[in-house]
Design a protein around this ligand. Structure first.
Ligand SMILES: NC(=O)c1ccc[n+]([C@@H]2O[C@H](COP(=O)([O-])OP(=O)(O)OC[C@H]3O[C@@H](n4cnc5c(N)ncnc54)[C@H](O)[C@@H]3O)[C@@H](O)[C@H]2O)c1
Ligand SMILES: NC(=O)c1ccc[n+]([C@@H]2O[C@H](COP(=O)([O-])OP(=O)(O)OC[C@H]3O[C@@H](n4cnc5c(N)ncnc54)[C@H](O)[C@@H]3O)[C@@H](O)[C@H]2O)c1
Lengths: 206, 206
């Protein structure tokens, strides 16, 4: 299990705990938490012990305690401010998604090269690509989503990294590599479908 | 590395080889292929040896040979037919994506409960949810994308599985678990951003 997997599990735990808290719950057992996160209780307890998360196993964990410990570890003091480059189908779906707000993610602005997409008065605003560096610095943003066509992706990523972006979520179907100063997480939806198909077929064959 | 990672790399290799072929190339060295896929050449060679993919290392691999071997292993004889449940922001972006065609993925139809979204004459057509089982069986489809709101996801997944769906790509931000008869791949975009932020902050702290 990589560090990314461990952090993903802790992030999922936090999202589940926030929902349980909204429902009025005060305590949770590791088995219940694990089931909601979709992993084994042993793995949750292992993750917790790596980060020194404590609770009274017999009586369960206090949700408030766990949340404040997780927020200290994962950082939650400030909203995660993100820029989007490419305001087409995927970019627009992300810009209009209200669900980000509940998870502390704020899309600050979108950028595009198509004049028809530019609208500085929209919420969030869509600016021309020329404004990217200015807005990034003014808002001190370090993470961006890349949602431009495949043949522009490497060029756009390079521009992001030169400007000072340190984390890119890439939707273009080519695996971009970051560098010493920038992490890239690739999401390839077609590849996920092909992968799913392979294992479905494998299951049918056996 | 899990089996899924290995298959993902082979799928990426195939996508890269198809693009190289379109450019008129006939041979490729494992180093070049590895760079395009975003992994080390040693890993590509290891994957190839697991599946018995051969080539003359000194002269590189013949692209046509590799492609026919990969298509035999990964299956490419028929298009991957997929249904989408939930034709909102994400669902619509996926239904209108021309890029799936080049990777052999065909969105056969969408389904929704909102009468305003229903349009059997659209391409692809959008049907009421009541028609899901009928279309799934008529087209013999085994994989579906779930793009409905979070609070409906578990119910929609259950219905898919009962109908006979064996693979679900889930965009709702709750981790769905499949079962013995159905694989689920969860894509949580907000979680990916939070994860990216954690490691960007970690990099800045050290
Ligand atoms: N739509 C999907 O469902 C889907 C699925 C899988 C992968 N993808 C990938 O996601 C990316 C975005 O897809 P989409 O369907 O939203 O595409 P799209 O064509 O609808 O939108 C792309 C946007 O990027 C803008 N753009 C082009 N060059 C630019 C540049 N240099 N700088 C800034 N903006 C630029 C375009 O003007 C356009 O608005 C593509 O790489 C695509 O392959 C999309
Ligand atoms: N839009 C994004 O960028 C984004 C990002 C991350 C996660 N998600 C997640 O993806 C899912 C889809 O998001 P969206 O933004 O497209 O939502 P949306 O509200 O725009 O679309 C959801 C669609 O599902 C339909 N629907 C509701 N209940 C249904 C049911 N029982 N059966 C069939 N259809 C039903 C609705 O009528 C609507 O058309 C949500 O779970 C959301 O949390 C979306």
């Amino acid at each position: 299990m990589s560090a990314k997997d461990t952090i993903s599990r802790l992030l999922r735990c936090r999202a589940v705990l926030e929902k349980l808290k909204l429902l009025g719950m005060v305590k949770v057992y590791s088995d219940n938490l694990a089931a909601a996160v979709g992993v084994s209780a042993a793995l949750v307890r292992k993750d917790f012990s790596i980060f020194g998360l404590t609770g009274h196993r017999r009586g369960g964990y206090r949700i408030d305690d766990l949340l404040s410990q997780l927020n200290r570890i994962l950082g939650r003091d400030q909203p995660l401010k993100v820029l989007i480059v490419g305001c087409g189908k995927i970019g627009t779906a992300l810009m209009n998604y209200r669900g980000f707000g509940t998870q502390g993610v704020r899309i600050i602005a979108g950028f595009d090269v198509d004049p028809e997409k530019i609208n500085p008065n929209a919420v969030p605003p869509v600016y021309p690509m020329d404004d990217f560096e200015r807005v990034m610095n003014a808002e001190q943003i370090r993470v961006a989503i890349l949602a431009t066509p495949e043949n522009t992706a490497a060029h756009v990523a390079e521009r992001m990294i030169m400007a000072g972006i340190r984390g890119i979520l890439n939707f273009a179907p080519i695996p971009l590599k970051g560098g010493p100063s920038c992490l890239v997480q690739n999401i390839d939806i077609a590849l996920e479908l092909e992968n799913l198909y392979y294992f479905v077929r494998l299951g049918e064959a056996t």
